[in-house]
Design a protein around this ligand. Sequence first.
Ligand code: COA
Length: 148
Amino acid sequence: MIEIRFASMEEFTIIFERLKEIPMQWEDIDPARSLFHAAFDGEAIVGFARFEPDERGALLGSLYVEPAYRKAGLGQAIVEYAEELTRQRGLAQLFVFSTEARGFFQRLGFVETPVEWTVQTIPHSPQVEWYVQHPHYLAEEVTYVKQV
Ligand SMILES: CC(C)(COP(=O)(O)OP(=O)(O)OC[C@H]1O[C@@H](n2cnc3c(N)ncnc32)[C@H](O)[C@@H]1OP(=O)(O)O)[C@@H](O)C(=O)NCCC(=O)NCCS
């Protein structure tokens, strides 16, 4: 059975190395504020995502499911887990940056929203702070939001 839960600092270190290996963006991660959660099959980390709550919404980032575990509902389960974390914080909006997985997020009820709106709504998210400092990357981004 697969369990999704908060990743310890030690587990975060494993995820961080995996992100570099994949490779996926890692420069914008703040270990103190990018709260990583992972899906475990026994001891093995088979999927993960970061959760960054801000005052008016939260951000889901670095979503990844290991290839052997895809197409079985795990990506959706991790997103739903992040939606629950958002509600637990008393927040109503979950944002995501994604240029690659439009169909996946739209299928889960996310709608495209202007990048400027995302930046204005969750300015203290480490990922947003990083993008504001790297406008060339920000210009190529697409954002989505879901009311949770
Ligand atoms: C995107 C990703 C997380 C999906 O994980 P997954 O475990 O395969 O997703 P699920 O099995 O929960 O899929 C949920 C639904 O979305 C669909 N879906 C999955 N990937 C999709 C895609 N790229 N485009 C459109 N639909 C997709 C599935 O078919 C499924 O629909 P169904 O219930 O009708 O079959 C995974 O493919 C991945 O890690 N990709 C590389 C990293 C990435 O792109 N991350 C997202 C950007 S931050």
